[in-house]
Design a protein. Structure first.
Length: 252
């Protein structure tokens, strides 16, 4: 009998707990739905009779306006696309003529010197006159037999140009004029010491001028030994292919 009473009490407790849990879940769901309704914006719905006629007209105007604008713009686009072939041809000819004029050298642009206008008394004018030939040479010796090169040598062989003057021309930025000055030093027969300034500035005579500096050393050194001082002085670009070829010719 006691066991039945205990079993009944346990069953009653379980039913009570289940009922409480169910009520708690229902209450929580009810509170959640109430909270969502409070957070939802309240936008009153208007019946069809409450919509103002002006609003309807405004919406209709917004819908119809782009269509009307497109219809109005369409004939203009078609009219623009239809071009005159004659006008196009004239426009193309004008553009081509303008482009051709732009390719022509202006009055102030430098041009290649004319053979009749070269100042043959100026070594720099002669050097500039043979600049195009210099740009096409592949070896320093290609300059030696050019007409303007020989004329430049004749100009610098004048006694008014000292050895120091020729060295300064050779140290300048005009490569062709430097070669002419160094060739002139080699062809002169005066008693000036040419070897010392050549060895002093030998590393300023790269590539084409270096070839003519070695030619001047070979001609003017005489019995003076210059090979060892030369090899002790040279550095930098003398190890490149062209200067090295010039050194080999000098040693040979």
């Amino acid at each position: 009998m006691t066991q039945l009473i205990i079993a009944g009490l346990v069953l009653l407790c379980l039913l009570s707990v289940g009922t409480v849990a169910y009520l708690a879940r229902a209450l929580a769901r009810l509170r959640r739905e109430q909270t969502q309704q409070e957070l939802r914006p309240s936008t009153p719905r208007l019946s069809p009779t409450q919509v103002e006629p002006s609003s309807t007209a405004h919406i209709s105007a917004q819908v119809e306006s782009p269509l009307e604008d497109d219809a109005a713009a369409q004939p203009q686009t078609i009219e623009t696309a239809a071009s005159d072939p004659v006008a196009d041809a004239l426009s193309f000819a004008t553009t081509a003529e303008t482009a051709a004029d732009s390719l022509q050298p202006s009055a102030g642009a430098p041009t290649a010197p004319d053979a009749n206008t070269v100042d043959e008394t100026s070594v720099y004018a002669l050097a500039w006159a043979m600049d195009s030939h210099y740009q096409q040479t592949s070896r320093p010796s290609d300059l030696r037999h050019h007409e303007y090169f020989r004329k430049g040598v004749e100009v610098l062989r004048d006694e008014k140009y000292s050895t120091g003057d020729l060295i300064e021309i050779a140290r300048g930025t005009n490569v062709v004029a430097a070669c002419i000055a160094l060739e002139t030093l080699g062809e002169r027969a005066d008693a000036d010491d040419v070897v010392t300034p050549l060895l002093t500035h030998i590393n300023e005579f790269y590539y084409w001028p270096g070839y003519y500096a070695l030619r001047a050393l070979d001609r003017r050194a005489g019995a003076r030994p210059v090979l060892v001082p030369l090899l002790l002085h040279i550095k930098g670009a003398w190890g490149d292919y062209t200067p090295l070829q010039s050194l080999r010719e000098f040693v040979a």
